[in-house]
Design a protein. Structure first.
Length: 302
């Protein structure tokens, strides 16, 4: 099994931030080194146990999608080798799990696109018939395919806080009408193209979130990760119909496996309250999660 990297330690570059998964370092004034650790977050809480090899798998998948969708919108990749900006001794931490990217002005909203009714969207729909203020037809079931993908933005949470779903009108207030509409149009196009391709590989992308920034010229640019199992719900086509018929969540290639375990986990005889610290993940959950990420990449890129 791969040795897991829970936290990078690049001392030759200034550390800017540690996110839930990525450690970001400054490379001069105009670039960032993004190192994908093997940390896993669920319910916006970082687990104590890393998933060996996860950072490399996420990076490979993100690079795959950046290349495939480059015609839709520019992205933050510089095309330069991440190993070229660290010392010889630090290259092992960077190898295969890093991107050297342009430094952008990030938009303070996440661009979520849903093609299926799942997760927090399903919970809201059951209560109000809407998802983030978007009215949906009555009578839909858990994991139902929507007639058209819907755009449901969210505000980005601080570490340890929960992302908050917002209406499109609220997004307009935050970033302005023209930019909000551009982000919505681009996000739906990215999702449609990715979902159509994934279906040819036997994978349903139920939903995903994109992050964007503006470059020096004010051009909208896709950034961070893209269409990985950390930012998307991936379902195998072959088990979708049976799961829906039972009323269950379809089995997935993403961290839903961990979420489901956490939903059933007990802390001091009570259900875990989804605040840090998280209960310790058993070794078999860690292994199965690593296997899921690997299988998703293999299927997509085969």
């Amino acid at each position: 099994m791969t040795t897991a990297l829970h936290e990078s330690s690049i001392t030759s570059l200034p550390l800017l931030a540690r996110g839930k998964v990525r450690d970001n370092y400054a490379v001069g004034a105009d670039r960032l080194l993004m190192v994908a650790s093997d940390r896993l977050s669920a319910f916006d809480v970082v687990m104590g146990e890393p998933i060996p090899g996860k950072g490399e798998l996420l990076t490979k998948m993100a690079l795959f999608w950046f290349e495939r969708l480059g015609h839709v919108v520019p992205n933050h990749l510089t095309g330069e080798d991440p190993e070229s900006v660290v010392t010889e001794a630090e290259r092992a931490q960077v190898r295969g799990r890093s991107m050297l990217v342009k430094r952008l002005k990030p938009l303070p909203v996440e661009a979520v696109v849903r093609g299926y009714l799942a997760g927090s969207g399903w919970k809201e729909y059951q209560q109000s018939g809407t998802v983030c203020g978007v009215a949906l037809p009555p009578g839909l079931h858990n994991a139902a395919k929507l007639a058209e993908p819907i755009f449901t933005p969210a505000t980005k949470a601080e570490m340890g806080e929960h992302d908050e779903n917002i209406s499109f009108e609220r997004m307009v207030e935050i970033v302005g009408k023209d930019l909000a509409e551009q982000v919505r149009t681009v996000s739906i196009q990215l999702y449609r193209e990715a979902a159509d391709f994934a279906l040819t590989k036997g994978i349903i992308i139920a939903d995903t979130k994109f992050e964007f920034g503006l470059d020096e010229a004010g051009q909208l640019t896709l950034m961070d990760e893209v269409l990985t199992p950390d930012s998307s719900r991936y379902w195998p086509v072959e088990s979708y119909a049976d799961a829906v018929a039972r009323g269950d969540n379809p089995p997935s290639y993403d961290k839903q496996f961990v979420r489901d375990w956490l939903e059933a986990a007990q802390v001091d005889g009570q259900p875990w309250n989804k605040t840090a610290p998280a209960p310790a993940l058993p070794a078999d959950v860690v292994q199965k999660t690593a296997d899921k990420y690997r299988e998703a990449l293999q299927r997509l890129t085969a």
